[in-house]
Design a protein. Structure first.
Length: 330
């Protein structure tokens, strides 16, 4: 009887042990499920918060672009020439967004209260426009290689120590891309940015990198702005112009900007005939395309957006439009 009681006690102890282990396993399982649910909830909350930050950052970027468009309309109303020193050319650096946003926005998202915005505007017509390699007589006319643009790009390539034969290859590529298909506005599908030059046989990464700060791709044929272009681009835009003469133009505009192309011809009187610019010159003193560089930074935000703005019309009758938006970092 004593032996049987001991065996029963051992059996009951084992049962209690199994029950305790089972309870512990259930508790562990419940705790794991609860932790998983809490984690998923936290991830969902963070995702919603990130989306809210992204949305509000996007609206802050759009507000910056709208401000830039207003500045450009103001400039058109005040001057027929675009030059450095005007309001559009003044950069904004590390300005607190809290100074511009309404209090109710800051109370909803404190991240923007600590964010800073920087930005500047770049005159896109200070660069050589690769779209100048082709042109057409009218909206319904076919595109053809533009001889003046071709010659200008050849001069630029030569001045940079690159193969001038790339000019013909690039023009042929653009012409073919336009014939194969384009959007309703005639924008070439295959050459949208300078980076796309790498697709054309004959270009390598070094050549593209060399051309990057001096060339661009705009929606249509444009003149180079003599008030903002660097010496290499000026030498490409004006036939017979040497790099030294281009530097002379830059020194002159630093003293007084060019009001008209006649001013440019006057400065170059010793290098021109009858006081006019050489035939085939691709220069002007105004601009219709600008790139807005905008960056917003905080502990959780680091976004940079470039926006190409087109300006049409003259004086008080000017208006602007956004051509494209490129988000570079996020």
């Amino acid at each position: 009887m004593k032996h049987a009681g001991s065996a029963g006690s051992i059996g009951m102890a084992r049962q209690r042990g199994v029950a305790i282990i089972t309870v512990l396993l259930i508790v562990a399982l419940v705790a794991t499920l609860a932790a998983s649910l809490v984690w998923r909830e936290l991830v969902a909350v963070r995702d919603v918060e990130n989306q809210r930050v992204a949305a509000q950052t996007m609206w802050a970027e759009r507000a910056a672009v709208q401000w830039a468009r207003e500045v450009l309309r103001e400039q058109a109303a005040n001057s027929n020439a675009v030059y450095a020193g005007q309001r559009w050319s003044l950069p904004v650096k590390d300005v607190a967004l809290a100074d511009f946003l309404p209090r109710d926005v800051l109370s909803v998202n404190g991240e923007l209260a600590h964010a800073k915005i920087s930005g500047d505007m770049e005159d896109a017509q200070a660069k050589f426009n690769l779209m100048n390699l082709v042109s057409r007589a009218g909206p319904s006319a076919p595109f053809q290689i533009n001889a003046e643009g071709l010659a200008g790009y050849r001069r630029l390539l030569s001045g940079l120590g690159l193969n001038p034969g790339l000019a013909q290859l690039t023009a042929a590529h653009m012409l073919q891309s336009l014939k194969d298909g384009s959007g309703s506005d005639g924008w070439p599908l295959q050459l949208v940015t300078v980076d796309d030059l790498i697709r054309i046989p004959g270009y390598d990464a070094k050549a593209v990198q060399t051309l990057m700060p001096l060339t661009t791709v705009l929606p249509d044929f444009t003149m180079v702005n003599a008030n903002t272009a660097p010496a290499q681009v000026l030498a490409a835009a004006i036939p017979t112009l040497s790099t030294g003469q281009a530097q002379t133009l830059i020194e002159r505009r630093n003293t007084a900007y060019f009001v008209s192309t006649g001013d440019i011809a006057t400065v170059l009187a010793g290098a021109t005939t009858n006081g006019a610019l050489p035939a085939g010159s691709l220069v002007g003193v105004d601009s219709g395309y600008f790139i807005v560089h905008c960056r917003i930074v905080s502990d959780r935000i680091d976004t940079r957006v470039d926006t190409l703005i087109a300006r049409y019309g003259i004086g008080d009758f000017s208006w602007t439009a956004v051509v494209w938006v490129h988000r570079l970092t996020s």
